[in-house]
Design a binder for this molecule. Structure first.
Ligand SMILES: O=C(O)CCC(=O)C(=O)O
Length: 319
C-alpha cells in the first residue's frame, strides 16, 4: 500500500499589511504571509557582499557556524551539531553563490539524496560542500535597514505603543539566520509570536496547528511534551510544487518516516514557500519545520504574548 501524505494546504497571503485584519483574524490564531513587503532596494542591499560583510565584520572577525552531525537537521544542541569558526568571507562566498529564485536544481539533488540513501549516512564530499548554519544577533543598522519598527507599527496599528499588546520585540531574540540550501530546522514551536523576514533565497515552512500536536510526535519534556517534535523531512517530501500530488516524494526514506510517524497523515499540513521580501507570521504554539530550499538569509522577530493571550494558550504550551 502506498503511504500518502495529506494534500498540502495554503497559508493565506496578502500583498500588504492591514493592522485591523491582522489583529482580528490572524494574531494568536493562524499563520499569515505578507508577500513582497520589503522594498526592492532593501532586498537588493541584502544581496550585496560588501554590505553583508561590513555588517557581519562589525561583530566578530570569524563567525561561529554550526555543522549538523547528520548533514541536514540543525538544532543548537551538541547532540546534533558541532560548531566551528569560519571567516566572514568564506561564509558569504558560499551563500551568495546561489540564485535568487527557487533553485530547482538544488531541490532536485536534495530529492535524489532522499531517494538514494538514508540521510544519516550522507557524508560531505569535502569541507567546502558541508552544509552549515550561522545564527546570531544582528547589528542595529541591519535592523534599521529592514525597517523592523515600521513592520511592527503596520501590524499593531494604533496599539503599537501599548506595551501590553505590542511588547518590544526581544532584542536578544531577534536573530539572523544564514543557511546553505538543504538545511532543515526540525519541527518545533515557539512561545512567542514570530515574524520571519526572508531577505535572500527561499525557505519552506511546514506549519501544523497546535490541536494536531499528537500528529507531530513531540519529545517528552520534564513536565510533559516538549516544544520539539520527532517528525522529520515533511517539507522536503512535498517536492518542488507542494500543491501538486505528483511532486510528493515517495522515497524509501519518506515511507520510513510515515511508517514511524503514521499520525502525521491525520494533521492539516500548511505549506508556504518564502521568497526574498516576504514576511511570515507564526502564532505562538504553532508547530513549524523550516527547510532552506536554496542558500538563504532570514531575520526572525519575536514578541511576547499579551497578558490576555497568556490566559488562552494552546494546550501544547500548557507545560
Ligand atoms: O529559519 C529557520 O531555519 C527556523 C526559523 C524558526 O524556527 C522560526 O522562525 O521560528
Amino acid at each position: 500500500m502506498t503511504v500518502k501524505l495529506p494534500q498540502a494546504l495554503r497559508v493565506e497571503a496578502f500583498n500588504e499589511i492591514s493592522a485591523e485584519r491582522f489583529n482580528n483574524i490572524y494574531r494568536h490564531r493562524r499563520p499569515v504571509l505578507f508577500k513582497a513587503i520589503l522594498p526592492e532596494s532593501v532586498v537588493n542591499l541584502w544581496h550585496e557582499k560588501t554590505y553583508l560583510s561590513k555588517e557581519l565584520l562589525k561583530k566578530e572577525g570569524k563567525l561561529e557556524v554550526m555543522y549538523a552531525l547528520d548533514q541536514q537537521n540543525f538544532m543548537d544542541d551538541v547532540d546534533f551539531v558541532e560548531k566551528c569558526l569560519v571567516s566572514v568571507d568564506s561564509v558569504l562566498n558560499t551563500i551568495l553563490k546561489s540564485t535568487n529564485g527557487v533553485d530547482s536544481e538544488k531541490l532536485d539533488s536534495f530529492k535524489s539524496e532522499v531517494d538514494s540513501q538514508s540521510l544519516s549516512s550522507l557524508q560531505p564530499e569535502d569541507d567546502q560542500h558541508r552544509r552549515f548554519y550561522y545564527r546570531s544577533h544582528l547589528s542595529d543598522s541591519m535592523l534599521k535597514d529592514l525597517d523592523i519598527p515600521g513592520i511592527r507599527n503596520s501590524l499593531f496599528g494604533d496599539r503599537a505603543n501599548d506595551p501590553t499588546f505590542a511588547s518590544e520585540s526581544k532584542r536578544e531574540l531577534t536573530r539572523l539566520w544564514v543557511s546553505t540550501g538543504g538545511n532543515i530546522t526540525p519541527m518545533h514551536f515557539d512561545r512567542c509570536h514570530g515574524l520571519l523576514v526572508q531577505v535572500y533565497g527561499c525557505k519552506r515552512f511546514v506549519l501544523v496547528h497546535p490541536d494536531d500536536t499528537s500528529a507531530v510526535y513531540p519529545y517528552d519534556g520534564i513536565n510533559g511534551p516538549s516544544h520539539g517534535a520527532k517528525v522529520r523531512h515533511i517539507g522536503y517530501s512535498y517536492g518542488l510544487n507542494p500543491f501538486s500530488e505528483d511532486d510528493i516524494v515517495y522515497s524509501e526514506l519518506v515511507a520510513n518516516t510515515l511508517a514511524r510517524f503514521p499520525k502525521i497523515t491525520q494533521a492539516d499540513i500548511y505549506i508556504v514557500d518564502l521568497k526574498p521580501g516576504d514576511v511570515l507570521y507564526t502564532p505562538p504554539g504553532y508547530w513549524h519545520e523550516v527547510t532552506s530550499l536554496t542558500n538563504s538569509i532570514s531575520v526572525t522577530v519575536p514578541w511576547d504574548m499579551s497578558p490576555f493571550e497568556l490566559d488562552s494558550v494552546p494546550t501544547n504550551m500548557a507545560f
